[in-house]
Design a protein around this ligand. Structure first.
Ligand code: ADP
Ligand code: MG
Length: 254
């Protein structure tokens, strides 16, 4: 049965999508069967693993809103062993349409139940909000993994995020836990990055992963080639550190 991990932070630009892509592909390289679910209408996780969104016949929108069979919307990605449930911008309509639907918070959970037996990990990339799409992810997930950018205001909004996780735990999904916090875009040349990571570790202690993802141009270039860093530039620092991070996750969840 797959471990389902939702990547979330309502702040944009903190590394959710980059981490979703590169954690998924590193887990796949480590021999795990992995499904990446793109729950952000921007669809950057989909294009980042080689999906041509202009030719997609079905996506997560059809699954969530029209009861389309999830198996038929899943496709292979550019990384071997990694499948993707892609999205298109149409998903932005789902946030509104779901409001009036029965079991609106459970639609992703119900869909994933049908494929959970096929995978070791399901990794869900989320939009930068705490709306119904993210709530669907939290309801489906075993754990929430929070990327935090090592910049000013890193902790801003984390209280609200943790509160939302707690509310979901109390109501929709009592099993939901916090996987941990991943520090991203660390710039070792600045004191600020060091101070912020100390502050986050001081506050969240052992819930912060040991691996820290550095700021790296190669990591930001890879998506435009439709490839995870591990395929795009296997010898790069980014590839090495996302591989180490995947090891930490495997130690945690098997
Ligand atoms: P989010 O999904 O939280 O909005 P992204 O993963 O899309 O964040 O990252 C925001 C931007 O920063 C993207 O342009 C991405 O390529 C870039 N980026 C992410 N992680 C890194 C990194 N470690 N080093 C350099 N650029 C990064
Ligand atoms: Mg994103």
């Amino acid at each position: 049965m797959a471990k389902i991990i939702a990547l979330a932070n309502q702040k944009g630009g903190v590394g959710k999508t980059t981490t979703s892509i590169n954690l998924s592909s590193a887990l796949a390289k480590a021999g795990k069967k992995v499904l990446l679910v793109d729950a952000d209408p921007q669809g950057n996780a989909s294009s980042g693993v080689g999906v041509d969104k202009s030719t997609l016949e079905h996506d997560i929108y059809d699954v969530l809103v029209q009861d389309f069979p999830v198996q038929k919307a899943i496709m292979p990605s550019s990384t071997e062993g990694l499948d993707i449930l892609p999205t298109t911008i149409q998903l932005s309509e789902a946030e509104v349409q779901l409001v009036d639907m029965p079991e609106r918070e459970y639609r992703l959970s119900q869909a994933l139940t049908k494929v959970q037996g096929k995978y070791d990990y399901v990794i869900i990339d989320n939009p930068p909000s705490l709306g119904l799409l993210t709530i669907n992810s939290f309801t489906a997930a075993d754990a929430v993994l929070i990327p935090v950018q090592t910049e000013f205001y890193a902790l801003e909004g984390l209280g609200q995020l943790i509160n939302t996780i707690e509310l979901v735990r109390q109501g929709l999904n009592p099993e939901l836990e916090m996987a941990g916090i991943l520090l991203t875009m660390y710039d070792s040349r600045t004191n600020l990055a060091k101070q912020v990571s100390e502050q986050v570790r001081g506050y969240f202690e052992d819930r912060v992963y040991q691996t820290v993802i550095p700021r790296s141009v190669r990591l930001s270039e890879a998506p435009s080639y439709g490839q995870a860093i591990i395929d795009f530039d296997p010898k790069s620092t980014g590839a090495r550190l996302y591989t180490e991070f995947a090891k930490e996750v495997i130690e945690q969840y098997g």
